[in-house]
Design a binder for this molecule. Structure first.
Ligand code: FES
Length: 404
């Protein structure tokens, strides 16, 4: 054992003694206190509530049509124009939408700068998704003045200087551009500080979402650069084909380390996974936005093929209520719950936030590896995230009540 020879002054000794006795002093104070409920308003609780609200009631202030890209930006405010909870560029909010007598949640990345939250504005962009459950109805039915219920900002897809390199290569596909647009705006506003080179994949030039905004930020902000990659069109001034390891290396800063962030559809993630592995990056330098739960669970590794296409039943227990509902092996448990108009909590719908955490009392489920983010204790004690769990037998499930 080396002799550290640490000298502690008299004041330091008193401090250490005070620290040593802290537990005893606190226990004494607790024992001496009356057994009444703590009352009053505490600044720390009020601040926490303001930053992390259970829900927000927002009004659609204006809607911006994105033309050829078949998308609309919804600008949301409080009715009284008060500031909104601050967020990190790359985070999302979850919308709670009434739907055919029930309600569903959908998460959308904030595409505005965090600075705008302090001016009382959030912006999200919704792109058409023919055959989907929510997006096209939102696009067709919502109008300025309508109210929407949302969560506060959530998620971990943001720059973290303790983990990331100063240079970030962003890989975006389709509407996966939105968290990167927020980052680009944050860089231009000076509320984030890193260098972002964005490789943005679109089908053709007409389909580039936010092209004007991205090019303009790249013109005025030296920390942001955008490269458009067209998969179905060959044109001067654009890269052609798909984003590959070679293309990433071409635009990566020479001789300098970098982080890679990815946000795009499931097919893009599947294609890019082996390409990113070729870069040999340490795991901490690769971030991906939440992976939407697959629509084809039977294609996932480890799926019990005998369950494919089957119908099961789920006994749902919620407080004193109990009912049995039908469920398809091809859809997550949460979808069956929503179809049955049972109010159950959810936010990310991708296995990350834990908001939908429920206790599986009987039966078995399949969880795709990409969405398996449960804590060890939850796995051990039989909790699942219904948003990304597919039934592979009849189930009995204890579901929490809805909080927002
Ligand atoms: S809704 Fe986030 S884990 Fe299920």
């Amino acid at each position: 054992m080396p002799d550290l020879n640490i000298k502690v002054g008299l004041i330091g000794k008193f401090d250490m003694l005070k620290f040593k006795n802290m537990k005893k002093v606190r226990e004494k104070a607790i024992q001496a206190a009356p057994a009444n409920e703590v009352s009053g308003v505490f600044a720390i609780n009020e601040n926490a509530k303001a930053l992390h609200p259970d829900f927000l009631e927002l009004v659609i202030d204006r809607i911006i049509d994105r033309g050829g890209a078949q998308a609309k930006t919804f600008v949301l405010k409080r009715a009284d124009d008060a500031p909104l909870p601050y967020f990190r560029a790359g985070q999302y909010i979850s919308l709670k939408l009434p739907m055919d007598g029930s309600f569903v949640t959908r998460s959308y990345s904030l595409c505005s700068s965090p600075k705008e939250a302090l001016n009382g504005e959030y912006a999200i962009t919704v792109r058409s998704n023919p055959g989907g459950f929510v997006a096209d109805r939102l696009l067709a039915e919502k109008k300025p003045g309508d109210t929407v219920i949302t969560s506060g900002p959530q998620g971990f897809f943001y720059y973290e200087k303790l983990r990331d390199e100063k240079n970030v290569i962003g890989l975006a596909g389709g509407s996966g551009i939105t968290p990167f647009l927020s980052m680009a705006r944050a860089l231009a506003d000076g509320v984030e500080d890193f260098n972002l080179t964005l490789l943005f994949g679109s089908r053709d030039e007409d389909n580039i979402l936010f092209r004007g905004e991205l090019d303009e930020i790249a013109r005025i902000c030296p920390k942001f650069k955008v490269v458009h990659v067209l998969s179905e069109e060959e044109k001067a001034g654009f890269e052609t084909g798909f984003i590959t390891a070679e293309l990433i290396k071409k635009y990566a800063p020479e001789g300098e380390p970098y982080s890679v962030y990815l946000c795009g559809p499931e097919a893009m993630y599947k294609f890019l996974k082996p390409e990113i592995e070729k870069l040999g990056l340490p795991e901490r330098l690769f971030r991906r936005k939440l992976i939407d739960v697959t629509k084809t669970p039977w294609e996932c590794e480890g799926y019990p093929q005998e369950a494919k296409g089957k119908q099961f039943s789920i006994k749902v227990k919620q407080g004193p209520q109990e009912c049995t509902i039908p469920a398809s092996a091809d859809e997550p448990v949460l979808v069956a719950i929503e179809r049955a108009a049972i109010k159950a909590p959810s936010r990310c719908r991708a296995g990350e936030c834990g908001w939908c955490r429920s206790r599986l009392l009987e039966g078995t489920v399949f969880i795709p590896q990409e969405n398996e983010m449960r804590r060890w204790a939850d796995k051990h004690y039989g909790y699942i995230h219904p948003c990304c769990s597919f039934p592979t037998s009849d189930l009995t499930l204890e579901v929490p009540g809805e909080f927002f």
